[in-house]
Design a protein around this ligand. Structure first.
Ligand SMILES: Cc1cc2nc3c(=O)[nH]c(=O)nc-3n(C[C@H](O)[C@H](O)[C@H](O)COP(=O)(O)OP(=O)(O)OC[C@H]3O[C@@H](n4cnc5c(N)ncnc54)[C@H](O)[C@@H]3O)c2cc1C
Length: 470
């Protein structure tokens, strides 16, 4: 029986443990998985808090159904019947620009009508068609890409808010290739984004005509999907399906190489002997564990920075809010100089997020561009959020319910040079095939990305076990 430790019980660690068990079973290999988690609870960034009839998500509020990974996992776990799709109105997303909320245009005609981008900005955007493909040069930041292909206004009003919505990141430092590999590929393959859209639309029409394409019910951006009890049902569901052990309240301090395996030193003095290790903890934590074991890897892992973030949940009696909360919420470009990054209208996105007659709003504050926000007192965070809600939505009453969460290490930042660093990391691990790294610090931060990476990490484990069996 091979004993495999998985360090970290976030979605990455739990999905890895589950995938190892399933894939090993198929390969008829006996394994024992042991998930080791520092906190007293599982879930990592996933935590759905129920209080006073509100359901507040501490971190993510769902996953997009336009990629198959998490949906497939839910089917395997037989929890897909409990999935809750976001309300159709949640497709309406807004950007706050020049003191007005603009609905994000969803197609060409609505883009032309929208006042979000000025006419010169629209012409510049249309000029993307004639911007030559980037032939060479180093790793381009999102800001450099945006200015080069789409113009400064589109960068400020479309790209920056998107980057802060997904990564809480600063486009001036983030790598296009690592954050949005598909966009990078589209430029390389089709010469530009508009050209890519036209070609792909043509291809899709042809496929539909030939009866080949199955039109996605999800639409191009996918539908945000969760559970009636919150996204935590996903991590709870995985943990419940594991045959191995989940050890909570035990931080791994150090991973030591031992003849034919590893020794994990835990913070309570325990030592665990295992044959293989998969780390699924944040990069800075894995760096500490690997000090002494592989200093090169530790150094590279420490170079992956994390953005901080405050999450602010406000509940109100519906009748006190005159603003029409029909939609997903809004993001705020940095140029607006507001304290919050944006606000999600959580009770409009999913049902059962607020008690009858109440609404729930969830604002984000901080991110890579405003790291000091994490230091603000609760009173200051509340006051600044209220001020933004008043300016943007005209809400000038005290919230009836307040909950403030702080993420000191919210989201890893794929900054310029990220891909090169990952290559060096992989090289540094070349001689340690029984030590595998996964988690959101490397190839995507979305839940779908984490599940995808978990499946790949599990496949590596099983390939290794098959080799050992030979
Ligand atoms: C506020 C916020 C909103 C988000 N919204 C969305 C969203 O709507 N949709 C989406 O797809 N994604 C979203 N994301 C991103 C997504 O939630 C994360 O990328 C994902 O949950 C990370 O999972 P993970 O398992 O890789 O890492 P984590 O969830 O961070 O798990 C790592 C685990 O390792 C443990 N650990 C740390 N050190 C040790 C140690 N020494 N020993 C043992 N264990 C250790 C930690 O306690 C933790 O449980 C959001 C993120 C945040 C912060």
């Amino acid at each position: 029986m091979t004993r495999i430790a998985i360090i970290g019980a976030g979605i990455s660690g739990l999905a890895t443990a589950y995938a190892i068990e399933q894939q090993a079973k198929q390969a008829e290999i006996d394994v024992e998985t042991l998930v080791v988690e520092k906190e007293s609870r599982i879930g990592g960034k996933i935590l759905s808090i129920k209080e006073d009839g509100f359901l507040c998500e501490w971190g993510p509020n769902g996953f997009l159904d336009n990629k198959p990974m998490t949906l497939d996992l839910c089917r395997q776990l037989q929890i897909d019947q409990q999935l809750l799709r976001s309300d159709d109105n949640a497709r309406k997303r807004f950007i706050y620009s020049e003191q007005v909320l603009h609905q994000m245009p969803e197609n060409g005609p609505s883009f032309l009508k929208s006042k979000l981008i000025s006419w010169p900005g629209k012409f510049r955007l249309a000029g993307e068609m004639v911007v030559p493909k980037r032939q060479s040069g180093g790793d381009e930041t999102l800001a450099e890409f945006g200015r080069r292909r789409l113009g400064g206004e589109a960068l400020d009003k479309l790209i920056s808010p998107m980057v802060s919505g997904i990564f809480a990141g600063d486009p001036e430092t983030m790598s296009l290739k690592s954050c949005f590999p598909r966009i990078h590929e589209l430029e390389q393959q089709y010469g530009g984004l508009i050209m890519a859209m036209l070609r792909l639309a043509k291809k899709k029409r042809a496929e539909i005509k030939a009866g080949k394409a199955v039109a996605s019910a999800a639409g191009p951006g996918g539908v945000l999907t969760s559970f009636s009890g919150g996204i935590q049902e996903l991590t709870d569901g995985i943990a419940a399906a594991l045959s191995g052990t989940v050890l909570t309240g035990n931080a791994v301090l150090q991973i030591e190489q031992k003849q034919g395996g590893f020794l994990l030193n835990l913070d309570d003095g325990q030592q665990l002997e295992v044959d293989m290790v998969v780390t699924a903890a944040p990069a800075y934590a894995v760096a500490n564990m690997m000090d002494g074991l592989n200093d090169k890897s530790s150094t590279i892992l420490r170079q992956i920075p994390y953005a901080t973030m405050n999450v602010i949940c406000f509940g109100y009696q519906q009748e006190r809010i005159a603003f029409d909360l029909n939609g997903f919420g809004y993001l705020i470009p940095k140029a607006e100089g507001r304290d919050t990054l944006g606000t999600l209208w959580d009770s409009s996105i999913f049902s059962q997020r607020a008690p009858e007659g109440m609404v729930l709003l969830r604002s984000m504050m901080g991110g890579a561009a405003n790291p000091s926000a994490i230091e603000l007192s609760d009173a200051e965070v509340k006051a600044r959020t209220m001020n933004d809600l008043k300016q943007i939505m005209g809400i000038d009453c005290e919230p009836d319910f307040v909950k403030i969460f702080r993420h000191h290490h919210a989201i890893p930042q794929y900054t310029r040079g990220h891909a090169q660093r990952l290559q060096e990391l992989e090289n540094s691990l070349h001689d340690s095939p029984d030590l595998i790294l996964t988690g959101n610090a490397f190839y995507g931060v979305g839940l779908n990305d984490c599940v995808h990476a978990a499946n790949k990490a599990a496949a590596k484990v099983v390939v290794r076990l098959e080799k050992k069996r030979e």
